[in-house]
Design a protein around this ligand. Structure first.
Ligand code: GTP
Ligand code: MG
Length: 203
């Protein structure tokens, strides 16, 4: 994917603030510090489009980015960071749920997990929730650069077992440090979009 335009659109703390551009949207979710914002920067080839941080809890609102006037990417706050006060976590959780429930133009959700770690209980809750509401999602195991090739294979098999269900679910490996997996993830989005178009022309 050649990135001609990658532009911050707006930040939202409530549904009224979600942007109106009629673009197909992709949302990035996962636990705090897993690498959501870094993944967006890597995908769109911009080092500093989205703010990232070694301290969890950096992204506190939903940030929207217009890519090539063809896609909207939504960077969501992370879940499950113990140091965020419970009332703030609750607020983020409500925001994430409102977003996922109400956002009609949402085409795919990228559920991001750390390739080195066992999925947390919240990751599995999120997976079940996405299944329930029948949103399309792809699981991305990021930070692959942190493991050797043998370890990567081992971890991917485990993550596929937890998330891949009967094999119908796509699980991809990624590294925002060296951009491995970038092409595969864009291919996934493009194939989803073709599928949507085919489905809507049948309706
Ligand atoms: P919150 O907004 O706080 O929920 O975090 P986030 O999920 O957006 O994570 P962010 O992208 O800010 O990254 C967290 C830390 O992980 C930063 O120090 C990144 O540099 C690092 N990181 C993210 N992705 C990768 C990766 O693929 N490889 C390596 N080595 N480090 C990564
Ligand atoms: Mg972030």
């Amino acid at each position: 994917m050649k990135i001609i335009k990658a532009e911050f659109v707006t930040s939202a703390v409530s549904p009224k603030q979600f942007p109106n551009q009629p673009l197909p949207e992709i949302a990035f979710i996962g636990r705090s510090n897993v690498g959501k914002s870094s993944l967006i920067n890597s995908l769109v080839n911009r080092k500093k489009l989205v703010k990232t941080s070694a301290t969890p809890g950096k992204t506190q609102m939903i940030n929207f980015f217009n890519i090539n006037d063809a896609w909207m990417l939504a960077d969501l706050p992370g879940y499950g960071f113990a140091k965020v006060p419970p009332q703030v976590q609750k607020k983020w959780q409500v925001l994430i749920e409102d977003y996922l429930r109400e956002r009609e133009r949402l085409e795919s959700v990228v559920l991001i997990v750390d390739i080195r770690r066992k999925p947390t209980e919240l990751d599995l809750v999120m997976r079940d929730w996405l299944e329930d509401v029948e949103l399309d999602y792809v699981v991305v195991a990021t930070k692959s650069d942190k493991l050797s090739q043998t370890e990567r294979k081992l971890q991917m098999n485990k993550i596929k077992k937890e998330f891949g269900g009967d094999g119908a679910r796509t699980v991809l490996m990624y590294s925002s440090k060296n951009n491995h997996g970038r092409k595969e993830l864009w291919n996934y989005f493009s194939s989803r979009q073709k599928k949507e178009e085919a489905e809507s022309s049948v309706d």
